[in-house]
Write a protein that binds this ligand. Structure first.
Ligand SMILES: Nc1ncnc2c1ncn2[C@@H]1O[C@H](COP(=O)(O)OP(=O)(O)OP(=O)(O)O)[C@@H](O)[C@H]1O
Length: 631
């Protein structure tokens, strides 16, 4: 094997890394690429090994005390994993984990009190109770976001003793329920050693479910939503439904943890479910890594280890934990799991789309005719649109220009479904778009970019582009959890479409790069490519040339012309007049919320009304460069 720092010549390898184990030659096999493929496709091997080790530890002489601690870690990890889902992935500071935990524990204790010791039954009851509580308390999540949502869920924790008192007959009030012992499974009593194994297996099943979920379209949609609701909607994701369903799903592991905790402790008392516990779960999530499945385990491990280490000087334990939290939170962005991920990435350069074979060719982007008529919109007393019009044809670049405040973005937002017009009609090949929410407009065929590029953290370029396909097909969380054929087919198609779109733009070289670390010009191109990957009926581009240098403008122009020639309908809102006049087939000029003139670039360039209201004003900025004649 030849060691060297030449670029990787292996087939299928992106080859832009100087893989140190590459052997040059026609049939090169690259260890870097093989390792990446292995890590990407078989990433479940490590958790499986970890599970096996955990299961054989008692047989290998692990003491009872240690096994009890492992159970506690697993119980806490389940709770933290729900927090990671709603907070780390979806970006919602929904802190209902302790009430859900309490709901699961009390549901189990009450079931046991009524003589039912079956663990599966207890788990089912806990899941149902926590899910129902999540459903009811999640309803405000339709309206609340950010701190108001955090505070309302915080408030729920404070209510726990009051609720227990209201249902004192069942919950035994502040005294709690004792005698939660003797769980059975399929009619057999579970001993202490077996209980350990059952807890590990239950948690392993949940973590496998969670891993499959967050690595699917569903998980990607959560991260898109965390970046921006508008971005997620523009890609066809119904943010309201997603936020609500995530809140409910995140309640489930806490409910299960309640069951496992109740049988672990044997008693269920209100003092087990405190605000301090919630704060330590949040801390564990931060330290372990909130945007990670395994971060929950790491955080819970540190939580229990921290409790042990500071047990002898209890009065200092919170201070010690606080200092540790601040250190980890500031030094390692993304917690310890984030650190591990970054190290792994260095070794493997892994990306879920890195191993696409035969990406295929993107030759056509079938455009549709967009027509906006008499669109009106008033914000308070301000008339932003007063009868705006626009027609964009397939295979053409239609520019929309006008002074600041002319209403261009409002019209774009009206087309995208982000703004509901007071009056007017917007159709795509005759299909009315007005009245649909953003995600439905996206699914009807509208793709768009944003004034500030919306590129979520932690995505490779290929993953960003693949998310452009979300407007085609559904999220299919159940198929993703079970890794059904339909999921695998969709995943393959998304990866292939992303690779083809990147090739279309000549950007295949960056497919494994972290998208947020790319230069502005490339990020703007990437947004366009993300749209192209979904093959929308119309592409709405909101100031794609803003802030670009000459080289980036050349690349953008080449991409837009290629997309136009492939048949796309492109609407370009842009202040860079020379750029607009250079590449557009037709230009619409807006003034004070209504159309002023429309025509070819040449007609618009020399139109006296346009010069008087817009181009004349921009003369000092770019009229000279555009060769504009101001008479
Ligand atoms: N959500 C809103 N609430 C209140 N006023 C708004 C809102 N959105 C836009 N406006 C107002 O509507 C008018 C049109 O704004 P818009 O952003 O559509 O103009 P524009 O042509 O895109 O301007 P620019 O080129 O600066 O982006 C402006 O006066 C703006 O302040």
């Amino acid at each position: 094997m030849v060691r060297g720092d030449h670029l990787c010549p292996a087939a299928g390898c992106p080859g832009h890394q100087a893989h140190r184990f590459a052997r040059p030659g026609p049939n090169t096999r690259c260890l870097g690429n093989t390792m990446r493929t292995f890590l990407t496709r078989r990433s479940w091997i490590f958790p499986l090994l970890f599970l096996v080790v955990l299961l054989i530890l008692p047989g290998a002489g692990m003491g009872v005390r240690t096994s009890q601690q492992v159970i506690l870690i697993v119980v806490y990890a389940l709770i933290v994993s729900g927090l990671n889902l709603s907070w780390g992935y979806a970006g919602e500071l929904a802190l209902g984990q302790v009430p859900f935990f309490a709901a699961g524990a009390y549901a189990t204790a009450i079931t046991r009190m009524h003589g039912h010791a079956d663990l599966l039954l207890a788990l089912a009851v806990s899941l149902a109770t926590a899910g129902l509580l999540g459903f009811i308390t999640g309803l405000p999540a339709f309206r609340l976001k950010g701190w108001p949502l955090a505070l309302s869920s915080f408030f729920l924790v404070l209510l726990i003793p009051n609720i227990l008192m209201i249902f004192e007959g069942q919950t035994r009030g502040l005294r709690g329920i004792v005698g939660v012992v003797g769980p059975t499974l399929f009619g057999q009593r579970i001993g202490r050693a077996d209980y350990y194994s059952v807890v590990i297996v239950v948690a392993a099943v949940w973590f496998a479910v969670l891993r499959n979920l967050v690595r699917s379209r569903y998980g990607t949609a959560l991260r898109l939503m965390k970046q921006s609701n508008q971005l997620a909607e523009s890609l066809g994701v119904n943010v309201t439904a997603l936020r609500f369903s995530t809140y409910v799903v995140a309640a489930l592991p806490a409910g299960m943890a309640g069951t496992l905790f109740a049988y672990y402790l044997g008693v269920v008392v209100p003092t087990s479910f405190t605000l301090t516990l919630l704060v330590t779960f949040v801390a564990a999530s931060v330290v372990g890594g909130s945007r990670s499945v395994w971060g929950a385990l790491v955080g819970a491990l540190l939580l229990v280890a921290g409790q042990q280490a500071t047990a002898n000087f209890e009065q200092y334990s919170l201070i010690a934990y606080g200092i540790f939290l601040i250190l980890v939170g500031t030094v390692f962005k993304g917690g310890l799991a984030g650190l591990a991920n970054r190290l792994l990435r260095r070794v493997s350069v892994a990306g879920s789309h890195a191993t696409v074979e035969s990406p295929g060719e993107l030759t056509a982007i079938p455009g549709r005719r967009l027509v906006a008529q008499d669109v009106r919109k008033t914000f308070g007393g301000l008339q932003a649109l007063r009868g705006a019009e626009l027609v964009a044809e397939p295979g053409q670049i239609t520019a929309l220009i006008g002074a600041n405040g002319a209403g261009k973005t409002t019209l774009l937002n009206s087309i995208s479904g982000f703004v509901v017009p007071d009056r007017g009609s917007i159709t795509l090949d005759g299909v009315e778009l007005v009245g649909r929410r953003g995600s439905r407009v996206a699914r009807a065929g509208v793709g768009r970019t944003f004034q500030t590029p919306q590129i979520p953290e932690g995505f490779t370029a290929a993953e960003v582009v693949a998310s452009g396909r979300f407007r085609v097909g559904r999220l299919r969380p159940v198929a993703a959890i079970l890794r059904l054929k339909v999921y695998r087919r969709q995943h393959r198609q998304d990866a292939r479409a992303a690779a083809a779109a990147l090739r279309f733009a000549g950007l295949e070289a960056i497919s494994d790069s972290q998208a947020t670390s790319l230069p502005l010009g490339t990020r703007r191109l990437l947004e366009v490519v993300r749209c192209v990957a979904g093959s929308p009926g119309v592409l709405l581009l909101d100031e794609p040339a803003a802030g670009l240098d000459d080289d980036a403008l050349v690349a953008l122009k080449a991409l837009l012309l290629r997309a136009r020639d492939a048949g796309a309908t492109i609407v370009l809102v842009e202040h860079n007049v020379p750029f607009v006049l250079d590449i557009s087939d037709r230009v619409w000029v807006m003034d004070l919320g209504r159309p002023l003139v429309d025509g070819t670039p040449e007609q618009v360039r020399t139109d006296p009304a346009v010069i008087a209201t817009y181009l004349g004003r921009r003369r000092g900025l770019d009229a000279d460069a555009a060769g504009i004649t101001v008479e």
